[in-house]
Design a protein around this ligand. Structure first.
Ligand SMILES: Cc1cc2nc3c(=O)[nH]c(=O)nc-3n(C[C@H](O)[C@H](O)[C@H](O)COP(=O)(O)O)c2cc1C
Length: 180
């Protein structure tokens, strides 16, 4: 499918594409690459799972003390990328990330000695919460990326891909077609 004109705004189109990816059974339809950068501008990237659009922001959950958490605390500018090969579509988001809320067992991204150490921590958490509800760990919660830039990419024949770039303009989006 190709588009003659840019869809009027990107978030609804992204959600339509996401629903389509899920409906068509695209593997890991909810997996997205999150890129952050440290204080020296050195980037790092990893996969996280999409948890929905909340007030126009793209959400994911993670450990606040992880490498990504530390980088975001220092530099909240980040990028997210979805790629659904089965649909031939990519969506890019760039913006500022905020924490929404404040794992017991996993000091994510800290060096650990062994799998046994991890299993011992899980066992300790199991004993701690025996017979009661597990509370959300204080260092694990939701992040929200408020998009300032969104790009929709649609694979086309003969490398004639469609690319639509959107920039935030107050409450509206300004879109333009980019050369592939
Ligand atoms: C398919 C997939 C989904 C993942 N989902 C998440 C997630 O939602 N949140 C998260 O913190 N890590 C998730 N991870 C693990 C991260 O990719 C990463 O290994 C971890 O968060 C530590 O990253 P960091 O050291 O850069 O902070 C996922 C990994 C894969 C392969």
């Amino acid at each position: 499918m190709s588009y003659l004109d840019a869809p009027p705004e990107p978030i609804g189109t992204f959600l339509d594409w996401y629903d389509e990816a899920v409906r068509r059974g695209a593997p890991f339809a909810d997996a997205m690459t999150l890129a952050t950068a440290d204080g020296n501008g050195r980037p790092s990237a990893r996969t996280v799972l999409f948890k929905g659009v909340v007030d126009g922001c793209v959400s994911f959950v993670s450990n606040f003390d992880s490498r990504k958490g530390r980088e975001l605390a220092h530099n909240p500018a980040a990028a997210l990328v979805f790629f659904w090969p089965a649909l031939g579509r990519q969506v890019r988001f760039e913006g500022i990330v905020t924490r929404q809320l404040g794992a017991w067992a996993s000091p994510q991204s800290e060096a650990i000695v062994s799998r046994a150490e991890l299993e011992a921590a899980v066992e300790a958490a199991r004993r701690r919460f025996a017979g009661r509800d597990v509370e959300r760990p204080p260092n694990w919660g939701m992040y929200l990326l408020a998009p300032e830039y969104v790009e929709l990419w649609i694979s086309g024949d003969h490398r004639l891909h469609d690319r639509f770039a959107y920039r935030r303009d107050g409450d509206a989006w300004r879109g333009e077609r980019l050369a592939p």
